[in-house]
Write a protein that binds this ligand. Structure first.
Ligand SMILES: C[S@@+](CC[C@H](N)C(=O)[O-])C[C@H]1O[C@@H](n2cnc3c(N)ncnc32)[C@H](O)[C@@H]1O
Length: 289
Protein backbone atom coordinates (compact mmCIF):
# COMPACT_ATOMS: atom_id res chain seq x y z
CA UNK A 1 0.00 0.00 0.00
CA UNK A 2 1.43 3.40 -0.83
CA UNK A 3 1.09 6.17 1.68
CA UNK A 4 -0.68 8.75 -0.46
CA UNK A 5 -1.87 11.68 1.60
CA UNK A 6 -5.59 12.21 1.33
CA UNK A 7 -6.89 15.72 1.82
CA UNK A 8 -10.44 16.78 1.13
CA UNK A 9 -12.43 19.84 1.99
CA UNK A 10 -15.63 19.28 3.95
CA UNK A 11 -16.87 22.80 3.26
CA UNK A 12 -15.83 25.57 0.93
CA UNK A 13 -14.27 27.60 3.72
CA UNK A 14 -13.50 24.66 6.03
CA UNK A 15 -10.11 23.31 6.97
CA UNK A 16 -8.52 20.25 5.41
CA UNK A 17 -7.23 17.30 7.40
CA UNK A 18 -4.50 14.89 6.45
CA UNK A 19 -5.64 11.26 6.15
CA UNK A 20 -2.96 8.87 4.91
CA UNK A 21 -3.46 5.27 3.76
CA UNK A 22 -1.85 4.20 7.02
CA UNK A 23 -4.32 6.31 9.09
CA UNK A 24 -7.27 4.89 7.15
CA UNK A 25 -6.03 1.37 7.70
CA UNK A 26 -5.64 2.04 11.46
CA UNK A 27 -9.19 3.41 11.61
CA UNK A 28 -10.53 0.31 9.86
CA UNK A 29 -8.71 -1.94 12.33
CA UNK A 30 -9.85 0.03 15.39
CA UNK A 31 -13.56 0.17 14.48
CA UNK A 32 -13.49 -3.51 13.57
CA UNK A 33 -11.96 -4.42 16.92
CA UNK A 34 -14.31 -2.18 18.85
CA UNK A 35 -17.68 -2.56 17.10
CA UNK A 36 -17.22 -5.41 14.62
CA UNK A 37 -17.83 -2.98 11.77
CA UNK A 38 -15.91 -4.08 8.67
CA UNK A 39 -15.34 -0.90 6.65
CA UNK A 40 -14.51 -1.46 2.99
CA UNK A 41 -11.77 0.46 1.19
CA UNK A 42 -14.47 2.45 -0.62
CA UNK A 43 -15.57 4.02 2.68
CA UNK A 44 -12.59 6.35 2.84
CA UNK A 45 -14.51 9.53 1.99
CA UNK A 46 -17.23 8.60 4.49
CA UNK A 47 -14.64 8.01 7.22
CA UNK A 48 -12.95 11.29 6.37
CA UNK A 49 -16.11 13.37 6.59
CA UNK A 50 -17.48 11.68 9.71
CA UNK A 51 -14.23 11.92 11.69
CA UNK A 52 -13.26 15.36 10.36
CA UNK A 53 -15.87 16.73 12.79
CA UNK A 54 -13.97 15.18 15.68
CA UNK A 55 -10.64 16.61 14.47
CA UNK A 56 -12.21 20.04 14.04
CA UNK A 57 -13.62 19.93 17.56
CA UNK A 58 -10.27 18.85 18.98
CA UNK A 59 -8.45 21.40 16.80
CA UNK A 60 -6.26 18.78 15.16
CA UNK A 61 -5.10 18.92 11.53
CA UNK A 62 -3.93 15.35 11.02
CA UNK A 63 -5.68 12.03 11.51
CA UNK A 64 -2.42 10.57 12.81
CA UNK A 65 -2.55 13.02 15.76
CA UNK A 66 -6.18 12.07 16.42
CA UNK A 67 -5.40 8.35 16.32
CA UNK A 68 -2.38 8.83 18.57
CA UNK A 69 -4.59 10.69 21.04
CA UNK A 70 -7.19 7.87 20.96
CA UNK A 71 -4.74 5.02 21.30
CA UNK A 72 -2.82 6.71 24.11
CA UNK A 73 -5.78 6.24 26.46
CA UNK A 74 -7.93 3.10 26.15
CA UNK A 75 -10.35 4.59 28.72
CA UNK A 76 -10.78 7.92 26.93
CA UNK A 77 -14.33 9.21 26.35
CA UNK A 78 -13.21 9.92 22.79
CA UNK A 79 -13.60 6.21 21.97
CA UNK A 80 -17.36 6.57 22.36
CA UNK A 81 -17.42 9.58 20.03
CA UNK A 82 -15.16 7.77 17.55
CA UNK A 83 -17.56 4.80 17.52
CA UNK A 84 -20.68 7.00 17.31
CA UNK A 85 -19.17 8.82 14.33
CA UNK A 86 -18.59 5.61 12.38
CA UNK A 87 -21.95 3.89 12.85
CA UNK A 88 -24.64 4.18 10.18
CA UNK A 89 -28.01 4.77 11.77
CA UNK A 90 -30.52 4.76 8.92
CA UNK A 91 -33.92 3.57 10.12
CA UNK A 92 -37.63 4.37 9.87
CA UNK A 93 -40.97 3.48 11.45
CA UNK A 94 -42.30 0.08 10.36
CA UNK A 95 -39.30 -0.43 8.10
CA UNK A 96 -39.60 -3.78 6.30
CA UNK A 97 -43.28 -3.69 7.11
CA UNK A 98 -43.93 -7.39 6.40
CA UNK A 99 -42.29 -8.28 9.75
CA UNK A 100 -44.87 -6.55 11.94
CA UNK A 101 -47.94 -8.69 11.12
CA UNK A 102 -45.70 -11.75 11.73
CA UNK A 103 -44.70 -10.32 15.11
CA UNK A 104 -48.35 -9.50 15.94
CA UNK A 105 -49.52 -13.02 15.17
CA UNK A 106 -46.60 -14.53 17.06
CA UNK A 107 -47.08 -12.56 20.29
CA UNK A 108 -50.80 -13.36 20.42
CA UNK A 109 -49.83 -16.99 21.00
CA UNK A 110 -47.01 -16.26 23.49
CA UNK A 111 -47.34 -16.64 27.24
CA UNK A 112 -47.48 -13.34 29.14
CA UNK A 113 -45.54 -11.20 29.76
CA UNK A 114 -44.21 -10.80 26.21
CA UNK A 115 -40.70 -9.42 25.82
CA UNK A 116 -38.85 -8.41 22.67
CA UNK A 117 -35.21 -7.41 22.25
CA UNK A 118 -34.43 -4.84 19.58
CA UNK A 119 -30.66 -5.20 19.33
CA UNK A 120 -29.78 -2.33 16.94
CA UNK A 121 -32.41 0.20 17.93
CA UNK A 122 -30.79 3.29 16.39
CA UNK A 123 -32.91 6.44 16.94
CA UNK A 124 -35.94 4.50 18.20
CA UNK A 125 -38.23 4.10 15.20
CA UNK A 126 -37.82 0.31 15.23
CA UNK A 127 -38.43 -0.36 18.96
CA UNK A 128 -41.39 2.05 19.02
CA UNK A 129 -42.83 0.25 15.96
CA UNK A 130 -42.45 -3.02 17.89
CA UNK A 131 -44.16 -1.51 20.95
CA UNK A 132 -47.06 -0.20 18.80
CA UNK A 133 -47.44 -3.68 17.31
CA UNK A 134 -47.54 -5.24 20.79
CA UNK A 135 -50.26 -2.82 21.91
CA UNK A 136 -52.32 -3.45 18.78
CA UNK A 137 -51.90 -7.23 19.00
CA UNK A 138 -52.27 -7.71 22.74
CA UNK A 139 -54.81 -5.04 23.69
CA UNK A 140 -55.19 -4.82 27.46
CA UNK A 141 -52.53 -7.55 27.92
CA UNK A 142 -49.90 -5.21 26.44
CA UNK A 143 -49.52 -3.57 29.85
CA UNK A 144 -47.05 -6.25 30.91
CA UNK A 145 -45.21 -6.41 27.56
CA UNK A 146 -41.79 -4.84 27.19
CA UNK A 147 -39.19 -3.97 24.56
CA UNK A 148 -35.51 -3.99 25.48
CA UNK A 149 -33.90 -1.60 22.97
CA UNK A 150 -30.12 -1.48 22.68
CA UNK A 151 -27.50 -0.02 20.39
CA UNK A 152 -23.78 0.65 20.58
CA UNK A 153 -24.22 4.33 19.67
CA UNK A 154 -24.95 6.54 22.70
CA UNK A 155 -25.92 9.52 20.55
CA UNK A 156 -28.75 7.71 18.75
CA UNK A 157 -29.90 6.21 22.05
CA UNK A 158 -30.28 9.72 23.51
CA UNK A 159 -32.50 10.66 20.56
CA UNK A 160 -34.46 7.44 20.89
CA UNK A 161 -35.03 7.96 24.61
CA UNK A 162 -36.31 11.51 24.00
CA UNK A 163 -38.91 9.99 21.64
CA UNK A 164 -39.30 13.20 19.63
CA UNK A 165 -39.71 12.92 15.86
CA UNK A 166 -40.40 15.32 13.00
CA UNK A 167 -43.70 15.18 11.12
CA UNK A 168 -41.70 14.00 8.12
CA UNK A 169 -40.39 11.00 10.11
CA UNK A 170 -43.92 9.93 11.07
CA UNK A 171 -45.51 10.85 7.72
CA UNK A 172 -46.02 7.21 6.69
CA UNK A 173 -47.87 6.26 9.89
CA UNK A 174 -51.65 6.03 9.62
CA UNK A 175 -53.66 8.87 11.22
CA UNK A 176 -55.04 6.30 13.68
CA UNK A 177 -51.55 5.27 14.85
CA UNK A 178 -50.41 8.88 15.03
CA UNK A 179 -53.36 9.79 17.22
CA UNK A 180 -53.08 6.74 19.44
CA UNK A 181 -49.33 6.73 20.02
CA UNK A 182 -48.06 10.32 19.62
CA UNK A 183 -48.62 13.78 21.06
CA UNK A 184 -48.41 16.68 18.64
CA UNK A 185 -46.02 19.49 19.58
CA UNK A 186 -47.10 23.12 19.65
CA UNK A 187 -45.35 26.45 20.08
CA UNK A 188 -41.61 25.83 20.14
CA UNK A 189 -42.32 22.14 19.38
CA UNK A 190 -44.52 22.76 16.33
CA UNK A 191 -43.72 20.37 13.48
CA UNK A 192 -42.70 17.63 15.92
CA UNK A 193 -44.40 14.78 17.73
CA UNK A 194 -43.50 12.97 20.93
CA UNK A 195 -44.18 9.32 21.73
CA UNK A 196 -46.99 9.09 24.29
CA UNK A 197 -45.73 8.24 27.80
CA UNK A 198 -47.67 4.93 27.91
CA UNK A 199 -45.85 3.69 24.79
CA UNK A 200 -42.50 5.12 25.91
CA UNK A 201 -42.86 3.27 29.24
CA UNK A 202 -42.86 -0.07 27.42
CA UNK A 203 -39.43 0.54 25.86
CA UNK A 204 -36.21 0.51 27.91
CA UNK A 205 -33.14 1.84 26.10
CA UNK A 206 -29.58 0.99 27.05
CA UNK A 207 -26.20 0.77 25.43
CA UNK A 208 -25.07 -2.68 24.32
CA UNK A 209 -22.23 -3.58 21.99
CA UNK A 210 -23.09 -6.81 20.15
CA UNK A 211 -19.37 -7.51 20.17
CA UNK A 212 -18.94 -7.16 23.95
CA UNK A 213 -17.92 -10.39 25.71
CA UNK A 214 -20.91 -10.12 28.09
CA UNK A 215 -24.40 -8.72 27.51
CA UNK A 216 -26.33 -7.46 30.52
CA UNK A 217 -29.56 -9.18 29.50
CA UNK A 218 -31.51 -11.54 31.68
CA UNK A 219 -34.56 -12.91 30.01
CA UNK A 220 -35.04 -15.18 27.11
CA UNK A 221 -37.12 -13.20 24.61
CA UNK A 222 -40.20 -14.02 22.57
CA UNK A 223 -38.57 -12.23 19.65
CA UNK A 224 -35.23 -10.66 18.79
CA UNK A 225 -34.94 -7.98 16.14
CA UNK A 226 -31.45 -7.82 14.68
CA UNK A 227 -32.03 -5.95 11.46
CA UNK A 228 -29.60 -4.12 9.21
CA UNK A 229 -26.64 -4.35 11.55
CA UNK A 230 -25.16 -7.77 10.71
CA UNK A 231 -24.41 -6.41 7.21
CA UNK A 232 -21.64 -4.36 8.81
CA UNK A 233 -20.01 -7.45 10.36
CA UNK A 234 -17.92 -10.18 8.76
CA UNK A 235 -19.27 -13.76 8.67
CA UNK A 236 -17.32 -15.11 11.71
CA UNK A 237 -18.62 -12.19 13.82
CA UNK A 238 -22.17 -12.75 12.56
CA UNK A 239 -21.89 -16.42 13.43
CA UNK A 240 -20.65 -15.75 16.97
CA UNK A 241 -23.47 -13.27 17.63
CA UNK A 242 -26.12 -15.65 16.28
CA UNK A 243 -24.88 -18.43 18.58
CA UNK A 244 -25.20 -16.04 21.52
CA UNK A 245 -28.79 -15.20 20.50
CA UNK A 246 -29.86 -18.85 20.78
CA UNK A 247 -29.97 -19.09 24.61
CA UNK A 248 -31.68 -15.68 24.70
CA UNK A 249 -34.61 -16.93 22.62
CA UNK A 250 -37.58 -18.70 24.18
CA UNK A 251 -38.09 -22.15 22.62
CA UNK A 252 -40.56 -20.76 20.11
CA UNK A 253 -38.96 -17.34 19.82
CA UNK A 254 -38.41 -15.61 16.49
CA UNK A 255 -35.39 -13.80 15.11
CA UNK A 256 -36.06 -10.98 12.64
CA UNK A 257 -33.24 -10.11 10.21
CA UNK A 258 -32.79 -7.27 7.71
CA UNK A 259 -33.79 -7.59 4.06
CA UNK A 260 -30.23 -8.19 2.82
CA UNK A 261 -29.16 -10.44 5.72
CA UNK A 262 -29.08 -14.18 5.26
CA UNK A 263 -28.31 -16.48 8.19
CA UNK A 264 -28.46 -19.76 6.25
CA UNK A 265 -24.85 -20.43 7.34
CA UNK A 266 -26.23 -20.93 10.88
CA UNK A 267 -28.72 -23.59 9.72
CA UNK A 268 -27.67 -25.98 12.52
CA UNK A 269 -29.38 -23.73 15.06
CA UNK A 270 -31.64 -21.37 13.11
CA UNK A 271 -34.15 -22.26 10.44
CA UNK A 272 -35.83 -19.87 8.02
CA UNK A 273 -39.51 -19.64 8.87
CA UNK A 274 -40.60 -16.86 6.50
CA UNK A 275 -39.11 -13.89 4.68
CA UNK A 276 -36.01 -13.01 6.81
CA UNK A 277 -37.66 -14.48 9.92
CA UNK A 278 -35.87 -17.32 11.73
CA UNK A 279 -36.84 -19.78 14.44
CA UNK A 280 -34.78 -22.21 16.50
CA UNK A 281 -34.14 -25.56 14.85
CA UNK A 282 -34.71 -27.12 18.29
CA UNK A 283 -38.24 -25.68 18.33
CA UNK A 284 -39.19 -27.48 15.11
CA UNK A 285 -37.58 -30.81 15.94
CA UNK A 286 -38.84 -31.14 19.52
CA UNK A 287 -42.37 -29.81 18.98
CA UNK A 288 -44.16 -27.43 21.33
CA UNK A 289 -42.35 -26.77 24.63
C1 LIG B 1 -28.56 0.84 9.84
S1 LIG B 1 -28.98 0.94 11.54
C2 LIG B 1 -30.34 -0.19 11.60
C3 LIG B 1 -31.41 0.27 12.58
C4 LIG B 1 -32.64 -0.64 12.66
N1 LIG B 1 -32.29 -1.93 13.20
C5 LIG B 1 -33.32 -0.76 11.33
O1 LIG B 1 -33.23 -1.83 10.70
O2 LIG B 1 -33.97 0.19 10.90
C6 LIG B 1 -27.63 -0.01 12.29
C7 LIG B 1 -27.51 0.24 13.78
O3 LIG B 1 -26.61 -0.74 14.31
C8 LIG B 1 -25.85 -0.13 15.33
N2 LIG B 1 -24.61 -0.90 15.56
C9 LIG B 1 -23.49 -0.95 14.79
N3 LIG B 1 -22.56 -1.74 15.35
C10 LIG B 1 -23.10 -2.21 16.50
C11 LIG B 1 -22.64 -3.08 17.54
N4 LIG B 1 -21.40 -3.61 17.50
N5 LIG B 1 -23.46 -3.34 18.57
C12 LIG B 1 -24.71 -2.80 18.62
N6 LIG B 1 -25.20 -1.97 17.69
C13 LIG B 1 -24.41 -1.68 16.64
C14 LIG B 1 -25.60 1.27 14.81
O4 LIG B 1 -25.25 2.17 15.83
C15 LIG B 1 -26.93 1.59 14.13
O5 LIG B 1 -27.78 2.32 14.97
Amino acid sequence: MNNTPYIASTSLAGPDFLLTDHDFSRIRTLIHQRAGIALGAQKRQMVYSRLARRLRELQMREFSAYLGFLEADPGSDEWELFTNALTTNLTSFFREAHHFPVLAEHVRSCAQPVSVWCSAASTGEEPYSIAMTLVEALGSRAGSASVVATDIDTQVLAKATAGVFTLEQVSKLSPARLKRFFLKGSGAHAGKVRVRPELAAMVKFSQLNLLAPRWALKEPFDAIFCRNVMIYFDKPTQHQILQRFVPLMKPHGLLFAGHSENFSFASQTLRLRGQTVYELVAATTKGPA
